[in-house]
Design a protein around this ligand. Structure first.
Ligand SMILES: [Zn+2]
Length: 322
């Protein structure tokens, strides 16, 4: 079974990451993988790119989201005539109902407190909601999960590749092609973002550990090519994954050395890792920092002292594995 015709449609975004790639798959169904951001320019450029392939927005039968981030999932309503497919975990961000938003706000307030953020930074809590404003708001018609066949595209299946987001999926063909969203990007390493848990009393997900597992899963498939959400296609997948995991481990060991020097909070580590951008990009930099700390705890390199709801103090030395 040959791969269907895949067109890469590149859309500008207002975000720091720059352009995003969406993918048009023409098989028994006409499928758009990711939509680009919900901006006037996004709509205009995507419509123009579709026109170059001889299609109009209403010709799209189905939209598949690799994940819910606004650069990928902004235009879900624009394709209201198409069926929407995504992982179940993405839906809460796409709907943003009151119960999820309450959980969202409660979780990040606690998370910031446990990370040791001084009171004056708590105003940044509201900034955590900025990306949500640029996301589409629409119910998912069909959930996609590990191993699902892709409707309308024989020989393609879904793999769960959580970590960058809790609902991240990738599409894999028998021919060795992968449409990978933000799983593996050639010129930048993907950020495993902290997301709220799936219930008020649930533990939060550990995205760095999930992300590493997802990279290993991708690598074990020995893909011929990964079509990413940003940048150039990736052909040396095994090598790049190995490199990314090595870099992440080295970064974590640097974090360990900071903690060995002085026991401290996640926020203090974050400031040392990102002295120039932590204030502007607090959500991203704190996610990255806590990801490294989770990794070190999991590997028995450091411990986290439970401070009864106050800031968590990280210490060198092995403790109980997560
Ligand atoms: Zn993303």
């Amino acid at each position: 079974m040959k791969d269907p015709v895949i067109h890469q449609l590149t859309i500008p975004t207002p975000f720091a990451v720059g352009d995003v790639h969406t993918y048009l798959m023409i098989g028994d169904a006409v499928t758009l993988v990711d939509t680009g951001p919900d901006t006037a320019e996004g709509k205009e450029v995507l419509t123009a790119r579709l026109k170059e392939t001889g299609l109009k927005p209403e010709d799209i039968d189905q939209v598949i989201l690799t994940h819910h981030h606004p650069d990928h999932a902004g235009l879900t309503e624009f394709f209201h005539g198409a069926r929407l497919f995504a992982h179940k975990n993405s839906e809460r961000f796409l709907l943003r109902d009151d119960s999820f938003m309450n959980l969202h706000d409660f979780f990040y307030a606690e998370f910031f407190k446990q990370a040791g953020l001084p009171e004056q930074y708590m105003i940044l809590l509201d900034k955590m909601k900025d990306p949500l404003k640029a996301m589409g708001r629409r119910q998912v018609d069909h959930y996609l999960t590990e191993g699902d066949a892709l409707p309308g595209h024989e020989g393609w299946r879904v793999i769960e590749t959580h970590g960058h987001s809790q609902g991240h999926i990738s599409l894999v063909s028998e021919e060795g092609s992968v449409i990978g969203g933000d799983l593996l990007i050639r010129h930048i390493s993907s950020n495993p973002l902290i997301e709220p848990p799936f219930g008020i009393n649930q533990p939060r997900p550990l995205p760095q550990l999930q992300y590493n597992q997802s990279l290993n899963k991708l690598s074990s498939l020995h893909p011929r090519i990964v079509y990413p959400g940003h940048g150039e296609p990736v052909s040396h997948v095994v090598e790049l994954v190995k490199n990314r995991l090595k870099k992440q481990h080295e970064r974590a060991m640097y974090v360990k050395s900071l903690i060995e020097y002085k026991e401290t909070t996640a926020f203090e580590v974050c400031k040392q890792l990102f002295p120039n951008i932590y204030k502007k990009q607090l959500g991203l930099t704190l996610s990255e920092t806590v990801g490294q700390l989770d990794y070190l705890i999991y590997n028995g390199e450091i411990t986290a002292a439970d401070m009864n709801g106050e800031a968590i103090i990280y210490q060198a030395g092995s403790g109980v594995k997560l």
